[in-house]
Design a protein around this ligand. Structure first.
Ligand code: APR
Ligand code: ZN
Ligand code: ZN
Length: 360
């Protein structure tokens, strides 16, 4: 059984450690992947903090690109040497959502059947069913999505989570169309990807809202046409001013807080769409007048992982990247080593980076 160096969260709030783990040879339906790059995402920090489950120890990392090392029995369409992005959604094809033709909601997404373990045999919980801050990882073959190997791993890997979530929130969930107006609340990696998606879809006005001027400058580079620092005034009023008094066709909430949810709700034009992609803490609540819910009409949607279909969307976005139409490199603030993940969490919390990416 192969061994691999890996970033492990052993206990709540404790710094992560670099340890040797055992990675099983791939069994039926599984693939062993040599990780080339893996981005540091908030969800990894949430795992470390115990905000997702308490099934320690966690093998962190889930925004990754790599090369297939070996495939298990019965795996078709995936071979050693294939360049892949790892997805945390691998539609089962059998659940009630897959069966009714909506595999992007799959309720029974596939993961490796065998556990990776610490050297003493302790079972690891891989972040989002992946676990990719490690040289080798074991996934369900369906989680390994083949893309053009010309794409740099540190850029391509980001499609595995945050960038896909944001792009898909605008394009798949919000269905932004040519000529529409869009507002994006929160301009981190997810929000900026929503901005880039809206720009690719042909939105005519893309309004970026954040409380950090540095983030707003970056948002412009992804295609925002206007920026609002909501620390200095009511963004809803300003959005109305920018849209002829009406509000936007699509408002994307990419923070995960009640105040930004409400701002997005009220920033819409009548019958506008709102997309929530920011993940709230379980204790958060919102209160809205029912008459406003009814009277404003439109749609209030949640976007799970950008409602993406990895096998459709990853190759499409990699091709757009290689054609120079989607600037994935701009999300990569720095490349780091496996030993730097803890420090990258601190930079992320200070808002200094869009993404730190571990390169192996
Ligand atoms: N109003 C506007 N912007 C805000 C506010 C606020 N009240 N609070 C925070 N922000 C901004 C931050 O300044 C930052 O630029 O929201 C952005 C959040 O970005 P990141 O922290 O980099 O997070 P990101 O990776 O983009 O994820 C955003 O989407 O998928 C979810 O779990 C993810 O909830 C998270 C959200
Ligand atoms: Zn399914
Ligand atoms: Zn993530």
């Amino acid at each position: 059984m192969p061994q691999s160096r890996a970033v492990i969260a052993r206990a709540q709030g404790k710094p992560v450690t670099l340890e040797t783990i055992n990675v099983p040879d791939p069994g039926p339906g599984e693939a062993l992947v040599r990780v080339r790059a893996c981005g540091v995402c908030h969800t990894d920090l949430h795992y470390r903090e115990g905000a997702i489950t308490n099934e320690y120890p966690f093998l962190l990392g889930h925004e990754a690109a790599g090369v297939v090392e070996q495939v298990g029995e019965g795996v078709g369409g995936l071979d050693p040497g294939d360049y892949v992005i790892l997805a945390w959604r691998a539609p089962c094809g059998l659940c009630r959502s897959c069966v009714r033709g909506k595999p992007w909601y799959c309720f029974d997404s596939r993961n490796a059947a065998q556990p990776m373990t610490l050297e003493d045999g302790t079972r690891l919980s891989p972040a989002l069913g992946i676990g990719a801050f490690t040289e080798l990882t074991l996934v369900a073959a369906g989680q390994a999505v083949k893309v053009d190997p010309a794409a740099k791993p540190e850029a391509a890997g980001l499609l595995g989570c945050g960038v896909m979530a944001g792009w898909g929130a605008a394009v798949n969930t919000g269905e932004v169309k040519r000529g529409e107006t869009v507002a994006v609340f929160g301009c981190g990696g997810v929000g900026d990807a929503a901005i880039a998606g809206a720009a690719m879809a042909g939105a005519r006005r893309i309004i970026a809202v954040d409380i950090d001027d540095r983030k707003l400058e970056w948002a412009i580079q992804f295609g925002a046409t206007d920026t609002i620092n909501s620390r200095h005034g009511d963004p809803v009023e300003r959005i109305r001013e920018l849209t002829g008094g009406h509000g936007v066709d699509v408002a994307v909430e990419a923070v995960g807080r009640p105040e930004t949810y409400k701002q997005a709700f009220y920033a819409r034009d009548l019958a506008g769409r709102m997309v929530q992609v920011g993940v709230p803490d379980p204790a958060m609540t919102i209160e809205l007048p029912m008459i406003e819910l009814f009277g404003r009409g439109g749609a209030l949607k949640s976007s799970w992982y950008g409602d993406c279909l990895p096998s459709r969307d990853f190759p499409l976005l990699v091709d757009a990247y290689l054609a120079g139409r989607f600037d994935l490199d701009r999300f990569v603030s720095e490349t780091i080593g496996l030993e730097d993940v803890e420090e990258a969490f601190a930079k992320m919390e200070r808002g200094e980076v869009l993404r730190s990416v571990v390169v192996l």
